[in-house]
Ligand binder design. Structure first.
Ligand code: FAD
Length: 300
């Protein structure tokens, strides 16, 4: 019930554009690393100091105007410049819809090409985050086109999709982030039961660890993390073949613990004014995250 409620809110375009005007509110400041590049770089430096690398997401979605997509591209180019200038250990995560996928495929492709090209000159990796099922195929198409020219690109496999295994095999030579999946998807395309999703998630992670290029295991689920730790040990998988990833602000103790244990660890650092949809999806995933909101409201 609560999941559906917050998922509904995440897709409300009126609330999304209203939220942009008011800065970080409702507890979002615990899970969003500021509204501008300077604040994001400061957070990245703090995480780097603990041996944690970062993937930076200049938040944005619901982009239906070319001017907005162009502005998002310019901001991401600035982030790439800032990563290079500050010499921080970070790469880029972006959403194709933010760069105009819902406006025009080729317009989006050109925006992405500019970003990937600039990142490539600085040897910075660019991850195409995966969104809902309707954007899955065009996002893979964008990746296919750009990977003919560049090798600093990769993407995400969402374990709740029935076709996830097929996509994993097809993209095994890419650096891949494997996740459970964050959107509400119809029964004909995706597992609905948590147990089925978890089972497939483990299956995909194990397969990519054994057969793939580099695996980012993105989860806050300690049971999955412990399973992966045992699996890599049993199968002699070297630590430079994989990393754990978590979102900024979540399970900070566990993030530090894993980094201190010598595992590669990468924190997903979202920043910017367009925090609303991201924040609502986090509440939908785990209504206990409302505790974060309560703490922010009462700790003023
Ligand atoms: P859940 O299934 O939410 O939780 C499992 C268990 O873990 C819980 O029952 C609890 O015991 C424990 N747990 C979880 N969170 C906490 C917490 N905060 N504190 C204490 N215990 C906790 N999704 C996409 O669709 N596309 C993407 O591109 C994408 N990128 C992502 C990148 C990163 C770095 C991460 C971490 C997630 C990303 N996701 C993405 C979201 C992902 O698909 C899941 O929706 C999200 O991570 C929640 O699932 P989970 O694996 O963390 O564990």
């Amino acid at each position: 019930m609560l999941k559906d409620f917050f998922m509904g809110l995440s897709q409300n375009q009126f609330l999304n554009s209203t939220a942009k005007k008011y800065g970080l509110k409702m507890g979002a400041q615990s899970v969003v690393a500021g509204t501008n590049i300077e604040e994001a770089i400061k957070s990245i430096k703090e995480l780097n100091a603990h041996g944690i690398s970062c993937t930076v997401d200049n938040l944005g979605e619901f982009v239906f105007k070319k001017e907005e997509a162009t502005a998002a591209k310019e901001q991401i180019l600035e982030v790439i410049e800032a990563i290079h200038k500050n010499n921080v250990d970070a790469h880029i995560s972006l959403k194709p819809t933010q760069l105009g996928l819902d406006i025009d495929y080729y317009f989006c492709l050109e925006n992405l090409r500019e970003i990937v090209d600039k990142a490539n000159t600085y040897d910075i990796f660019v991850n195409f985050d995966m969104e809902d099922y309707g954007h899955l195929k065009p996002s893979f198409d964008l990746l296919d086109e750009l990977s003919m020219e560049y090798n600093n690109v990769g993407t995400v496999i969402q374990a709740y999709f029935f076709e996830a295994g097929e996509n994993l095999e097809k993209y095994k030579n890419y650096r891949l982030r494997i996740v459970k999946g964050a959107y509400k998807e119809p029964e004909q395309y995706a597992y609905q039961d948590k147990k089925d999703i978890d089972k497939n998630f483990i299956k995909l992670i194990e397969w990519h660890l054994l057969n793939g290029k580099f695996t980012s295991i993105a989860t806050h689920d300690h049971r999955i993390i412990n399973h992966v730790k045992d699996f890599v040990k049993k199968n002699d998988i070297p630590k430079d073949k994989f990393e754990f990833q978590m979102l900024y602000g979540f399970r900070k103790d566990l993030q530090l613990k894993l980094a201190n244990e010598g595992y590669n660890f990468c924190t997903y650092v979202p920043f910017g004014n367009d925090w609303y949809g991201y924040f609502m999806r986090r509440l939908a995933e785990r209504p206990q995250n409302l505790n974060l909101v309560a703490k922010q409201v009462f700790n003023k």
